[in-house]
Each structure stands twice: as C-alpha cells, then as structure tokens.
Design a protein around this ligand. Structure first.
Ligand SMILES: Nc1ncnc2c1ncn2[C@@H]1O[C@H](COP(=O)(O)OP(=O)(O)OP(=O)(O)O)[C@@H](O)[C@H]1O
Ligand SMILES: [Mg+2]
Length: 337
C-alpha cells in the first residue's frame, strides 16, 4: 500500500476557527452584517477596518463573549453554540481595552487568569514562566503593571491570554498606544506563536500592520466584508499596479474653487488619454491620487499636463499599489479619514 503524502505545512481539513454569516445588531444599528471568515493553524488573519467597522463586535462573537444574532462559529470543528466551554478553552482573547490588575504583581495577575482555567501550583508556575518569556517580560514577574509602560502592559495582557495554551488567539488592536519598540516586540511574539502553529486573528486599522503581519486580510467596513484575500490577491483587484501622489501649486491667478475645478478637469483629461495608462485619478484634500499601469509613461504624462496648464509640482510621491489603494478603491474613502 502506498504511504499517503505528508500534509502540506499549516494545512488542515478542519480550520482552527471558522465563522459563517455572523450578524450583530445593537437596537436598530447593524454592527456586523453577514461576516464569514476562517483561520488555519499557523495562519494570521488581519481584520482591517476603520473605527466602528464592527471589528470588536466580530471578535466578541468569535469568542462567545457576545451572543450572535445570526451565524455560526466553530472552533477546531466544535460548534460554539453547542459546547461553549470547550471552545472557550481553545481561545485566548486580548481585548481592545486592557484588563489587568494594576496593583497586583505580574505573577499575581497571571495567577488570576490561570484560576479562570483551573491552572494552579507547579503547572501555573511553569506556564507563567513560559508566557512571560514569550512576551519578553521574564524578568518582570515581581513588578506591578502600574509601573509598566503602555507597551509592557499590552505584552502582559497577551501573556495572560496565552496562559491556558489556546490554539486560537484573538487580538483586538493590541498595539494601540504602544511605542515602536514594544510594537516590534509584540510582532516578534506573534510571529513565533504563528510558527508554533497557533491561529491568530488580529484586528487593526493600521494598514502597515496588516501588510507586514498577515497571511490573509479581511477588509471590513460598515459591518460587512468588503474584500478578503492575501495582500497580493487584494492588490491584483486594483485597476493598476502603481500609484502616484502629486501636490501641485496652481498659482495665485485663480480662487480656490476655480483652481480645484481646473485640477479636476486636468485629471479627467489624463484618465481619458489612453496612452498615458492612468487608470484612475482622484483629488483628495488637494492631492492628486493616481493609479498608473506604468510609472515612466504615466508620470511623464502627468508632468506634461501640469506644465501645460502653467502649474508647478510641489511634491511627488510614487510607489507600488498598496492596501491603502485597495481600501480607497473599495470604499471611496481613506482608511483614516
Ligand atoms: N455595546 C454596544 N451598544 C451599542 N452599540 C454598539 C455596542 N458596541 C458596538 N456598538 C456599535 O457597533 C458598531 C461597531 O462597533 P465595534 O466596536 O465593533 O467597531 P470597531 O471596528 O471595533 O471600532 P474601533 O476601531 O473604534 O474599535 C459601531 O457603530 C458601534 O457604535
Ligand atoms: Mg474595536
């Protein structure tokens, strides 16, 4: 008999976490509207969206903290509605708001969280040492979070969520108010957890975090999934591969409204010039934002149009299309409007 092939890395028949058609309403306000997602072991899924998009509400339903008005959550194949205790044991939650006892020591904080999962004695001591090591706080066990920086508190918060060895970790904006050094330390910890096979869901409204950390990204806006895929898949949905941002000085001759109108006309002309390869052009807060097939021909056409109108370029920035362009394309807004 042939030996079956070994499984592909990180692949599994049963996702670590699977949510289908989640819905949540607060009074008449729909917070989450038909959100489905799944995460495999060893995968980090970013849930990216602006304030009020429904990220925290989704996280709360994924871990059974808030009942869903509709839909289903399965953790390691187990239905959350059928066996919430088994599911909650498999999930670690890092809430958006810090949940620490400021006047208890780090070890005492861990003991409180451990007690929630029946961890005590030698088993608690061993796990506490492991999780503090994982978040880079191994030497701060006797100190109180009241004496920690914002970033260190966040790291202790993550340690508390890891104590019961969950297979899925939900992190709701874990870098809010964190200095760059602690942010990098948090990223290192998450990448190690991922490499060890944990499934992670990470909510953020920072595009660069999603680009840097995520295997797959779910863009959520107004409670709905606007798009999902790998960064490369999302960027491929854009009409063009490059972006050009231009700030122009249209001189003192025109008043502001007339100047903006003239710039709009110029942008429309550029999009209509087929050979320039300008796929889209918008004016956002006085800046031109263009999507181009090719930077060389596209930017030449843009500069020619600016010079032709008798204007001057104040600044110019270019690059490959990014998640920011994807969000703009999908919603017509910047993520941080
Ligand atoms: N407990 C609640 N009662 C009433 N409305 C709520 C409640 N929690 C959230 N909402 C509303 O649901 C919507 C989604 O909120 P949610 O907190 O899930 O968004 P979010 O994406 O996490 O935002 P943020 O980035 O600001 O944390 C918002 O309109 C919010 O006002
Ligand atoms: Mg939130």
């Amino acid at each position: 008999m042939d030996t079956p092939p070994p499984p592909a890395p990180h692949s599994t028949a049963t996702p670590a976490l699977h949510a289908q058609g989640l819905r949540k309403r607060y009074g008449t306000r729909v917070a989450v509207d038909d959100v489905s997602l799944q995460v495999a072991p060893g995968e980090l899924l970013a849930l990216l969206g602006p304030n009020g998009a429904g990220k925290s509400s989704t996280i709360a339903m994924l871990c059974g903290l808030t009942p869903a008005d509709g839909g289903q959550v399965r953790v390691g194949g187990i239905d959350l509605a059928q066996d919430s205790a088994a599911c909650k044991h498999r999930i670690g939650l890092v809430t958006q708001d810090l949940a620490l006892f400021e006047d208890l020591t780090t070890h005492e904080n861990l003991a409180v969280f451990g007690a929630l999962y029946g961890l005590k004695g030698a088993a608690l001591k061993t796990r506490a040492a492991q999780v503090l090591q994982a978040v880079g706080l191994a030497d701060r066990g006797r100190d109180k979070p009241a004496t920690f920086s914002g970033g260190m508190k966040r790291r202790l918060h993550i340690a508390c969520a890891l104590l019961h060895s969950p297979s899925v970790l939900l992190l709701d904006e874990p870098t809010a108010g964190v200095d760059p050094q602690s942010r990098n330390a948090i990223f290192d910890t998450l990448l190690q957890l991922k490499a060890a096979g944990m499934a992670l869901v990470y909510t953020t409204h920072y595009m660069e975090e999603a680009e840097r950390l995520a295997d797959r990204i779910v863009i959520i806006d107004g409670g709905r999934v606007a798009a999902q895929g790998t960064l490369a898949e999302l960027v491929r949905q854009l009409p063009a591969t490059h972006r050009l941002d231009v700030l122009i000085d249209s001189g003192p001759a025109l008043d502001e409204a007339a100047a903006l109108q003239a710039q709009h006309r110029c942008l429309q002309g550029l999009v209509q010039q087929a050979q320039a390869g300008v796929r889209s052009a918008t004016l956002h807060e006085g800046r031109w934002q263009l999507q181009l097939d090719d930077l060389t021909t596209g930017s030449a056409a843009v500069l020619q149009a600016v010079a032709g109108a008798g204007w001057r370029v104040r600044s110019l920035a270019s690059g490959r299309a990014s998640l920011e362009d994807v969000f703009l394309q999908l919603t017509g807004r910047q993520l941080r409007d």
